[in-house]
Design a protein around this ligand. Sequence first.
Ligand code: SF4
Ligand code: SF4
Length: 361
Amino acid sequence: MIVTVEKSQLEKLFNLIKKEYEIVAPVLREGVIGLSAVNSLNQLPFGYTEVEEKNFYRVEKSNDKYMFSYIRASFPYKRFLIPPEFTFLKVKRENGKLAFEELTIEKKYAFFDVRGCDLRGIEVLDNVFLKKNQHPDSYYEKVRKNLFIVSVTCRKPSDVCFCYSMGVCPKPKRGFDILITELDDVLLLETGTEKGEKFVKKLDYRDAREEEIEESKKIEKNCIKSLKRSLNTEGFPEILYRNIESNIWNEIGKRCFACTSCTQVCPTCFCFDIVEKNNVNEGLSERVRIYDSCFNPDFATVHRFNIRESIASRYRQWYMHKFAYWVDQFGEFGCVGCGRCITWCPASIDVTEEEKKIRKL
Ligand code: SF4
Ligand code: SF4
């Protein structure tokens, strides 16, 4: 269903969802728009916006009248689907025997305000962990099954966004339970599932008018027109394979600090390690999944031998995975064009600039 509601209805929608889910949404904290569990709609950073460029980030008051004036959080929702640190098994010695306890993520989350890039990021993770995985990940499956998604159409992009060239639309077409498009005076609500419809039907709504649907399309068109960056994907995997031995990787390797920042903020980077935490005094052992990164020095160590010692080889692995290997593995790119890695790279390395250089080799 596609309906129109007054903007004041947003709070009612939020509160209805809150009754059934733990809501995670963008919040402004310590000068950065991040994500957090929230109790009130007022905690969202309405009236603020981000200024982003290579190695630059600032939040400032927005000069427009819209609620969804900000763009997207500085890190993606993946940390709630695959937490940075997650204990999934506990083994305890009790009365001379070992007791095993398996843990899962029991939370029932509602992500409130997922933009197109992050929605597509979730779809990419679904393919990695479930749909295109011969051994579906039961932990991911559980939290994903309980998830409710409210998506929001972007009115404007940040200067680092290049979503459209990665096939992502500022007005999402699928993957949401409810999609909100903020028009000048009202909200256009589109439902993608019965669960979404159930909530929307409890609001004071009316059928959307043709001109309101047209306005929402115009918002998307203007957003696409305002994008300042792009990445040409045409034949790019083949170009990358041809240039796998190029000196360009050494040049980037000299600039890259291997800080792992890009992999932490990327909505699709999913690598994790499994470590044992032992507490001998308490007879307790915990098996924990923690984020890893292909930039970490030990990431590619196999039987003492590190097959990617140089930073250049690690950067090449990351870039080739996003734009070539991922296509072979999953039939899609591992990048959704959110631009976060451009903003948060302390070495000002920009994946879109590197694409243009690689094409000229
Ligand atoms: S590319 Fe940038 S963000 Fe990524 S590891 Fe290198 S220095 Fe860090
Ligand atoms: S590679 Fe960079 S632009 Fe692409 S999805 Fe990851 S963080 Fe976003």
